[in-house]
Write a protein that binds this ligand. Structure first.
Ligand code: HEC
Length: 155
C-alpha cells in the first residue's frame, strides 16, 4: 500500500459522511419544497383578499317603476293603496285581474265604461257603492303602463 492509497483509505469514511450529509440535506430541501407546494395548493379557508362587504339590500325601482310610482302618488294614491282597500280597491296585482285592453280605457275614463255597460266596470262600480273614480284622459298609454308596472311591484 503506497502513501496515496493510505490517504484514500483514511478519507473513505469521511467522504461517506459527506455523502450522507449531502444526501440528507437534499432530502430535507426537497421535502421543504414539496411542503411549500402542497400548502400552496390548499384552498385557504380565509381568503387573503377579503371580499367587499355585501351591499345593503335596497329595494331598487327601475326607471319605469320610478315614473309609475310618482304618477301613482300624484294621481291615484288619494284613493288607492297598493296592498289594501282604501276608497278604491288595492291595486297590487290588478293586471292579473284585468287585461291591459280593459285597464287602459278604465283608467282613462272609467265612467264612460260604466255608462257603456261593461259588465266588469259596472260590477266594480257597484261593489264600491257607485263611488266615482276620476277620469285621467291626459295619461298616455306609456304612463298608464308605468303605473301598472309599479303597482305590480307591490312596493
Ligand atoms: C277619487 C278616487 C280615485 C282616484 C283618484 C283613482 N281611483 Fe281608481 N278607483 C276608485 C274607485 C272608487 C274604484 C272602484 C270602482 C268605482 O267605484 O268606480 C276604483 C277602481 C280602480 C280600478 C279597478 C280595480 C279593481 O280591482 O277592480 C283600477 C285599475 C283603478 N281604479 C286604477 C286607478 C289608477 C291607475 C288611478 C290613478 C291614475 C286611480 N285609479 C285613481 C277611486 C279612485
Amino acid at each position: 500500500m503506497d502513501s496515496q492509497e493510505k490517504i484514500a483509505k483514511t478519507l473513505e469514511p469521511l467522504t461517506k459522511v459527506i455523502a450522507y450529509v449531502f444526501g440528507f440535506l437534499i432530502t430535507v430541501v426537497a421535502i421543504c419544497f414539496m411542503l411549500v407546494f402542497y400548502i400552496g395548493t390548499i384552498p385557504s379557508a380565509t381568503p387573503v383578499e377579503t371580499s367587499p362587504a355585501p351591499e345593503p339590500v335596497v329595494v331598487e325601482l327601475t326607471e319605469q317603476e320610478q315614473l309609475g310610482k310618482s304618477l301613482f302618488n300624484s294621481n291615484c294614491a288619494a284613493c288607492h293603496k297598493l296592498n289594501r282597500k282604501a276608497v278604491g280597491p288595492a291595486l297590487a296585482g290588478v293586471t292579473d285581474k284585468y287585461e291591459r285592453e280593459w285597464l287602459y280605457p278604465w283608467i282613462k275614463n272609467s265612467a264612460a265604461m260604466i255608462a257603456a255597460g261593461d259588465p266588469r266596470a259596472v260590477a266594480i262600480y257597484n261593489e264600491y257603492n257607485q263611488s266615482n273614480m276620476n277620469a285621467f284622459p291626459l295619461l298616455s298609454d306609456e304612463e298608464i303602463e308605468a303605473i301598472l308596472v309599479y303597482t305590480d311591484t307591490g312596493k
